[in-house]
Write a protein that binds this ligand. Structure first.
Ligand SMILES: *Cc1c(COP(=O)(O)O)cnc(C)c1O
Length: 339
């Protein structure tokens, strides 16, 4: 796969570590003597103002924006969006302006949710924020703000929510290549990759990259918002588009896209006891900080599935997509449950 063809700009700290999770592996196998051997791909360490999975996508998206001579990045996300924080950071890094539309998607009125965590960092990074009610047509808002920027003489580049178009997803096709190269170097045989799946670019990019290189490693996406049929359809469509950019759409088939959306709970960004339990468990077994919205929910699913025997005997890589900065937006929901 020839990524230079897409002229990414390079600022991520890569390759990210691929390392074992001895504590959680022991925790999950202790009682039955069975379960997965767990590894973790540390994309929480991609380096851009806290890092996370949006950084890899932004290398390609910024490359595209700069090629089009943009001077302003325009994007959107939920209030505690990690994508927004990383986009604000990328704009700062390249001397660009950043216009952000935040959707009050969870309906939370909590001070920490609305002001702390990623929001505080967005402002620190110099982005301009505006907030719209939950359920707003965010693509329409993006177009509106881009038009305002252009009217004022700016040159906007619109980055979709989560950075999830085929250009952004190239970042995760590249991650697939990086991960397989690391596994080969270490003599590690990966049976499954598990990732949170939301706006679909991460999951789709991984599927496309693995398919195009013929790696034959299944990916399990654990949904954080949409039901399974919708999520799988979104991921499949984007995986096809991404593989097409790489010149091999024919290598992606529908059966390669698997999402489990049984762990969403009450909805996007809403946490429950099992999410808090997952956050606490891996913090205490391996000193890994997950986030409440994505990786905590994915880990809730991974732990439940491991306990049901789903991964027995497998080597499973959990993709840590970042987001721990969002923990501070959930302080009031977390404190009192950390004992
Ligand atoms: C955005 C995000 C995800 C989901 O990635 P998508 O490409 O949107 O599916 C997972 N984890 C974290 C921490 C995120 O910020």
């Amino acid at each position: 796969m020839h990524f230079s063809r897409f002229s990414p700009v390079r600022f991520a700290h890569l390759p990210t570590p691929l390392e074992p999770l001895p504590g959680l592996t022991e925790h999950l196998t202790r009682d039955t003597g069975q379960g997965p051997a767990l590894w973790i791909k540390r994309d929480d360490c991609t380096g851009l103002a806290g890092g996370g999975n949006k950084t890899r996508k932004l290398e390609f998206l910024l490359g595209d924006a700069l090629a089009n001579d943009a001077d302003t990045l325009v994007t959107q996300g939920a209030i505690q969006s990690n994508h927004v924080r990383q986009t604000a950071a990328a704009a700062a890094r390249f001397g660009m302006k950043c216009e952000i539309i935040l959707e009050a998607r969870t309906g939370s009125n909590a001070q920490d949710y609305n002001r702390s965590g990623n929001v505080l960092l967005d402002e620190l990074l110099g982005a301009r924020l505006r907030t719209v009610p939950g359920g707003t047509d965010m693509n329409q808002e993006l177009a509106k703000v881009a038009a305002e920027v252009a009217d004022a003489g700016g040159r906007p580049s619109v980055i979709p929510g989560g950075g999830s178009n085929s250009i952004g997803a190239l970042g995760y096709a590249e991650c697939a290549l990086e991960m397989v190269a690391q596994a080969n170097e270490m003599g590690l045989e990966i049976d499954r990759i598990v990732t949170a799946t939301g706006s679909a670019g991460t999951h789709a990019g991984l599927v496309a990259g693995l398919a195009v290189m013929g790696a034959d490693i299944p990916v399990l996406g654990i949904g954080v918002r949409a039901p399974k049929d919708v999520q799988e359809a979104n991921v499949f469509r984007l995986a096809l588009e991404t593989a097409a950019l790489l010149g091999h759409a024919d290598r992606v088939t529908r059966d390669m896209v698997v999402a489990n959306c049984d762990y969403v709970g009450a909805g996007y960004g809403l946490i429950d006891a099992a999410v808090i339990d997952a956050l606490k468990t891996i913090a205490r077994t391996d000193a890994i900080l997950l986030d409440p919205v994505y990786t905590g929910k994915a880990m809730k699913g991974l732990i439940a599935l491991a306990q049901s025997g789903e991964f027995d005997g497998e080597t499973v890589v959990f993709l840590h997509t970042g987001g721990a900065q969002g923990l501070f937006g959930y302080q009031t929901e977390l404190e009192g449950h950390l004992g």
